[in-house]
Design a protein around this ligand. Structure first.
Ligand code: NAD
Ligand code: ZN
Length: 383
């Protein structure tokens, strides 16, 4: 098992992330260690699909540690991460008579984690919660960092809070049952974290993807554990330095750098009405576009771009994008909600492992269009 400590400005001032094959069996002990001695009830929030796979084991581990466990299953899918589901989740917490000292456990991907975490943030003005992420994306990204939210009609994650979990339990075995596209999406976000985090993290991720087919099962399980721990440690370090994502920060360690690849990704998702791409897949394209821009601005060298592109290709097949109109994508990019004071900020690369935030006004339309085209061509060659 690997352990990572995440430091926070909130109370308690840190929490633990436990990572390893079979970590689910430790859920009870971990919850016991992370919650107060008064915690008696646990409200487990999941969805039918994940609960069928891992619910019994999770509930059993919690019961063995002495907790009363009640569960509630939300509908599966991003479109259910909304206020209506939140209301139902809160009704469940009330009917389960959760008290201030009790806790919520979120079992599932980022959707369950964000929704259950937000419910825990607002129920009785905030009760403890534990994340048990079961998708690769949620393990390396969504479960750590304290952002919880639901979507509104006007956009994604518009209603939310900062509410840190008391502990995160990552059972690396759970990703074995993940559909291939979910894995691809998770790998894309992992490559992203490496690309902006450090060359070491990037290489570790890239080498894992390269070797995956060859290694023995035992070696693979171990290196997966270490890789996820390194990814979590990186995310934790960024979050600790910029917990609330200060909008004025543009340095290479600001939380904003985690948006590498996301300007184009959000545009692709919006332009296809969230129906074609898994978010991480769109980030795959987005990184290629940001890489092309970086190279054209004289920041990233050719070998850096090639390496990034190869890493994205190894994440898995991306849905096609070459049939989408450039004008439509460019239009959607200019509407991106992450802009500050009306100006778009692009996260680019100076080199693999180091990000640079650039004001959108410094990137002219022609360069952007050419980068978009080059990135899509690159992606279709990668297939
Ligand atoms: N809070 C944050 O900091 C943060 C960061 C990144 C993403 N997010 C959010 O996370 C969400 C995306 O999360 P996601 O990619 O995990 O999607 P998801 O939660 O929708 O999970 C993807 C699919 O995989 C299924 N699934 C989950 N675990 C499984 C398993 N072990 N085996 C088989 N199937 C399994 C789910 O039921 C779902 O159908 C988005 O809503 C996004 O906004 C939040
Ligand atoms: Zn993302």
């Amino acid at each position: 098992m690997q352990r990572v400590t995440v430091k926070t400005a909130a109370r308690p001032s840190s929490y633990k992330v436990i990572i390893g094959a079979g970590a689910l069996s430790l859920l009870g002990e971990v919850a016991q260690g992370a919650l107060t001695v008064h915690a008696r009830r646990i409200a487990l929030i999941s969805n039918r699909k994940v609960f069928k796979l891992y619910g019994a084991q999770s509930a059993e581990a919690l019961r063995t540690a002495g907790f009363d466990v009640a569960h509630w299953l939300m509908n599966d899918g991003e479109r259910f991460k909304n206020l209506r589901t939140l209301k139902r989740a809160l009704a469940f917490l009330m009917s389960a008579r959760l008290e201030r000292s009790d806790a919520v456990v979120a079992l599932g991907g980022g959707v369950a984690g964000d929704l259950a975490g937000f419910a825990a943030a607002v129920y009785l003005r905030g009760i403890a919660f534990v994340q048990v992420p079961t998708t690769l994306l949620a393990q390396v990204d969504a479960s750590v960092g304290g952002k919880v939210a639901v979507n509104a009609d006007a956009g994604k994650n518009l209603i939310g809070a900062f509410h840190h979990p008391r502990a995160v339990v990552i059972d690396t075995d759970t990703i074995r049952t993940l559909p291939l596209r979910e894995l691809t999406a998770g790998w894309c976000e992992s490559v992203k974290q490496g690309a902006v985090g450090s060359k070491e993290l990037f290489d570790m991720t890239y080498n894992f993807l390269r070797r995956e087919a060859e290694d023995e099962k035992h070696a693979r399980v171990e290196s997966l554990e270490r890789l996820i721990a390194a990814q979590v440690a990186f995310k934790a370090s960024i979050v600790a330095g910029d917990e609330r994502e200060d909008v004025t920060r543009t340095d290479s360690r600001s939380r904003r750098i985690l948006n590498f690849g996301h300007t184009t990704a959000h545009a692709l998702e919006a332009a296809t009405r969230y129906r074609r791409f898994r978010h991480g897949e769109a980030v795959g394209y987005g990184m290629l576009v940001a890489g092309e821009i970086s190279k054209r601005l004289g920041l990233l060298d050719r070998s850096g771009l090639e390496l990034l592109s190869d890493a994205v290709a190894r994440c898995g097949r991306l849905p096609r994008a070459d049939d989408l109109s450039e004008d439509m994508i460019l239009g959607a990019i200019s509407l991106d909600k992450k802009s500050v004071g009306g100006h778009l900020k692009w996260v680019l690369l100076e080199r693999i492992g180091r990000a640079r935030v650039v004001d959108g006004r410094e990137i002219d339309k022609k360069l952007l269009r050419a980068s978009l085209r080059a990135a899509f061509e690159r992606a279709s060659k990668n297939k």
